[in-house]
Design a binder for this molecule. Structure first.
Ligand SMILES: NC(=O)c1ccc[n+]([C@@H]2O[C@H](COP(=O)([O-])OP(=O)(O)OC[C@H]3O[C@@H](n4cnc5c(N)ncnc54)[C@H](OP(=O)(O)O)[C@@H]3O)[C@@H](O)[C@H]2O)c1
Length: 267
């Protein structure tokens, strides 16, 4: 049986493994992390194998998922490069900001590279993952990478140079943050917390979920929800004149800048 090894047993690894278990992913899963308590928790919760010895973990991998924070990737790849690596290993980096060109120079053939940007919503099988493939990955090896992320949601394949823009746009944190903001604003108007969050979640999620399954355009749905001269229109106009669109654009630009810093700091 082929083996998928996660280097790093933190938040995104836990979300991916939960989704993979839900999907009955049929490969062996091994996790390595420098914190024994994280390995214990993953073992208990998801019945994965854990390997506290770094070299032994790498040795077992057919798919090697690099799931440490961006500032730890370079050190991890240097340690990996010092090991004898089998032919046919695919490394998949989840690290935000670090482009394929840098990964490929840090860890060369026989390792082949892919990049993936998954969301923690993978935990429920409803994730979305962007993928990009490096040099020399055959169609059948690409299929193995796609299968992993298709097990936990949908995938989109985009050029590596668009990863930062995708990363700052697709994060489920936008939804959670907006939900918390809208709920707090509704509470300030006198709704109790529970009703405020039900109303805010409906506003953000239900119409959009229906739109994704329908053939209606977003413009048509906006027209349907906004009566000319009515309340929803007044709210949107007020949000826009307070700088709503500019704030969103500025937030995304700040995220891209942060992602580029990850790339610049990678040596
Ligand atoms: N969280 C997300 O939603 C998400 C989504 C998409 C992509 N990503 C990417 O996924 C990566 C991991 O993010 P995360 O949020 O899961 O981070 P995290 O929760 O901090 O998990 C990373 C784990 O790896 C460990 N680690 C770091 N270097 C190690 C080493 N050399 N050997 C063994 N273990 C090591 C860390 O230990 P220490 O805490 O001691 O460093 C930590 O336990 C990042 O590059 C991020 O950009 C995350």
């Amino acid at each position: 049986m082929k083996t998928t090894v996660f280097l790093g047993g933190g938040r995104i690894t836990s979300a991916l493994i939960a989704g993979l278990r839900l999907a009955k992913y049929d490969r062996a899963i091994v996790v390595h992390d420098r914190h024994p308590e994280k390995l214990r928790a993953l073992r208990r919760q998801y019945r994965v194998e854990t390997e506290s010895n770094f070299a032994h973990a790498v040795e077992r991998a057919d798919l090697l998922i690099i799931a440490v924070r961006p500032d730890a990737v370079s050190g991890l790849l240097k340690k990996t490069a010092a090991l004898p690596i089998r032919r046919g290993v695919i490394a998949v980096s989840l690290a935000a900001g670090i482009p394929l060109s840098k990964l490929q120079s840090a860890l060369r053939a026989p390792i082949r590279w892919a990049r993936a940007m998954p969301s923690p919503v993978c935990r429920s099988g409803q994730g979305l993952t962007a993928l990009a493939f490096g040099r020399g990955l055959s169609p059948s090896r690409r299929k193995e990478v796609r299968e992993l992320f298709l097990a936990v949601g949908s995938i989109v394949e985009i050029p590596d140079k668009q990863f930062d823009a995708f990363t700052v746009t697709f994060s489920s944190s936008h939804g959670y943050h907006t939900l918390a903001t809208l709920t707090a604003a509704a509470e300030a108007l006198g709704l109790n917390r529970k009703i405020a969050s039900v109303a805010a979640a409906h506003a953000l999620a239900d119409g959009i979920a229906a739109w994704r399954k329908s053939s209606s355009s977003l413009e048509e749905l906006l027209q349907e929800a906004v009566t000319p001269g009515g309340i929803a229109g007044t709210v949107i106009e007020s949000l826009n004149s307070a700088g709503y669109q500019k704030m969103i654009a500025a937030g995304l630009r700040a995220g891209v800048k942060r992602a580029r810093k990850n790339a610049a700091q990678f040596d």
